[in-house]
Ligand binder design. Sequence first.
Ligand code: NAD
Length: 356
Amino acid sequence: MKIRYGVIGCGAIHGVHCESIRGVAGAELVGVFDVLPDRSQKTAEKFGITSFETLEALFEAVDAVTVCVPSGLHAELGVAAAKAGKHVLVEKPIDVTVEAATRLIEACESAGVKLGTISQHRFSAAVRRLHDAAQGGEFGKLLEGDAYIKWYRTQAYYDSGDWRGTWALDGGGCLINQGVHYVDMIQWIMGGVRAVQAQVRTSAHDIEVEDIAAALVEYKNGAIGVIQGSTSFYPGLAERLEVHGKHGSVILEGDKPKLWKIDAEAAAEGLYGGGVQMQPTPSLHLHDQTDEVAAGASDPTAIWGEQHRLQIEDFTQAILENREPAMTGRMALEPLKVILAIYESSRKGGARVEIA
Ligand SMILES: NC(=O)c1ccc[n+]([C@@H]2O[C@H](COP(=O)([O-])OP(=O)(O)OC[C@H]3O[C@@H](n4cnc5c(N)ncnc54)[C@H](O)[C@@H]3O)[C@@H](O)[C@H]2O)c1
């Protein structure tokens, strides 16, 4: 049996969904819908699929949808799909408010359909390995977890869609749009965020929302950390996750290990540890599908592909096996809450904001 998919929204990211669905053995790409019919027709011609004239017609023909519309419309379309009995995989972020995200989660639960949210970097082998090392106790006590997402987007990028860089439909700027992946990963790896203190700014673009953000983070386990986001730093740097524990340190850059040094015995020996790591020493062979990821710092289209396919494969298997997907809607609430707390802290002059 194959899960029949429809894709809603035919903009920048939707082609990756179409290609990914076609790359999954248990999935079939049936058709697409967009409020701008010329967009869905173009996609339909390219893939030899149906361009549906209405959402209802698409729902009639499929078992599941992927939602690739502006972020502040994810819940609205996801709820409509759930009410029609369709499984729902929404792009990130799950939506732009906790209320909308919760509405979507509850609609899917009461309809008995699966809900997933794209967070494709979780499907990188190095990120999964780091999560398992951190949560499996390999670092010993976790001390600090940092995420740096110093990217670059031009004003033309923000002008390319009337929803981009707006509070209503983008939900914020460099953190909720570009940074959400890394906020999600660092909070997942570290075991959840308790509180933040932050400053965000709109500094280099003519937009409503932030294009620079700096936050001090306290994790639930007592560790601390830093989250820095930007779409202002030319030329855009590869994003980094840095995790430090009592027994070692790991740095991933562009989802690839730059430093992987965990050694409980060595960490207990000598007075000065292993010396300053001037030359990072990656010791894992995890250079899987992630080689191209760093390129996304300045060109978003450079980073899309295999990780989406892996996540759609997992979502398809979750439907077929009647289990939860690896990245559920409820899991996607966590990075959203962290980002909204960062915005609230900044509005309050950097005050500590606890995550409910
Ligand atoms: N996972 C990733 O790496 C990644 C990358 C890019 C975008 N995204 C996410 O994907 C979503 C879409 O981003 P994009 O860059 O493709 O946007 P886009 O503006 O390029 O495309 C959005 C499309 O949705 C259509 N649309 C709007 N309202 C609609 C409705 N009610 N019904 C049907 N279609 C509708 C628009 O006409 C447009 O074609 C966003 O939430 C974004 O955060 C994720």
